[in-house]
Design a protein. Structure first.
Length: 300
């Protein structure tokens, strides 16, 4: 950890480490991120630079195409050519914390590529304990909480990012999907989840499975592993319009897509804002339990 790194706490328990300046090669698009993030019982629910995708860095904001610059890491998808190694990687640079408390922070960042600052970001992160009354969980094993047992231990990570175009010209944000690769509209908030021997279950209020959920819009989306659950919710009307990007078979990851159907344009001086609230729970939540906790997490 550097002097600017911090530990998020909920009810006095450490639940996440925020790394402001990860020491990584330029090819991985270095950027501040949260890792490890844990449940209240201490189960890690993130991965950092895993072997299958070295550029997946816990929880953060990653965009594969900002005017042709790669802030996601790894190869760049080039139309009619496919994934290609390019020397086009940008970096997100921590400037300072405007607020820094045990349960959250407000941070300013610079998005820099080819020696030029393209975007200025204001990032607000808060951790809150959730005390919903007996949310439902599945009873896949006797060691997991049940709907009739004690209330599920859960907390919420409230993550807001605001991207301002500080250049004199319009900027556009794209994705592999907008560059010709169907089904690959990743870019924006992204959570690389814990990889286990079996793929996690993914579902919304009315859909289940990667094929059914990926690319759809839903108020919330749940990912459940052996002994943990993550429930992602767009906390603003504009955020809820972004489709979900979901992977469970190849690797476990969830994000919201800034550029799904077309490139997202940002005029000079304009700002794009998104807010995602993620419930982090011990045990395997079902739809009823996920709904209960999300309602509490995003309530005013």
């Amino acid at each position: 950890m550097t002097g600017d790194d911090l530990v998020l706490r909920v009810a006095g328990r450490p639940v996440g480490r925020y790394v402001t300046r990860p020491e990584l090669p330029a090819r991985l698009s270095p950027r501040p991120c949260l890792h490890p993030v844990t449940t209240l019982a201490g189960t890690a629910v993130t991965e950092f630079s895993p072997a299958d995708h070295l550029h997946h860095l816990g929880v953060g904001v990653a965009v594969p195409d900002v005017e042709g610059h790669n802030f996601w890491g790894g190869r760049t998808y080039v139309r009619d050519q496919g994934p290609t190694e390019l020397d086009n990687h940008g970096a997100q640079r921590h400037i300072a914390f405007q607020l820094r408390d045990p349960d959250g922070f407000v941070e300013e960042l610079r998005w820099v590529a080819a020696g030029t600052e393209l975007l200025r970001e204001r990032r607000t992160v808060a951790a809150t304990e959730l005390t919903a009354t007996r949310p439902s969980v599945t009873q896949a094993s006797a060691t997991r909480p049940s709907a009739t047992g004690p209330a599920v231990a859960a907390w919420a990570l409230d993550f807001t990012f605001s991207l301002t175009n500080i250049t004199p010209d319009p900027l556009t944000i794209g994705s592999p999907a907008t560059n010709g690769r169907p089904g690959a509209a990743y870019g924006g908030f992204f959570w690389r989840a814990r990889k286990e021997s079996t793929a996690p279950r993914v579902f919304t209020a009315d859909r289940e499975g990667e094929r059914e959920v990926h690319g759809t819009r839903a108020d919330w989306l749940a990912l459940t592993g052996d002994t943990w659950s993550l429930v992602f919710a767009g906390a603003t009307e504009r955020t809820r319009r972004d489709p979900w990007f979901v992977r469970t078979g190849e690797y476990p990851g969830v994000g919201s897509s800034l550029a799904h159907d077309g490139r997202l344009a940002i005029a000079p001086g304009d700002t794009v804002v998104r807010r995602i609230v993620t419930v982090v729970a011990d045990g395997r939540l079902d739809a009823e339990g996920a709904t209960t906790l999300v309602r509490k997490a995003v309530s005013p």
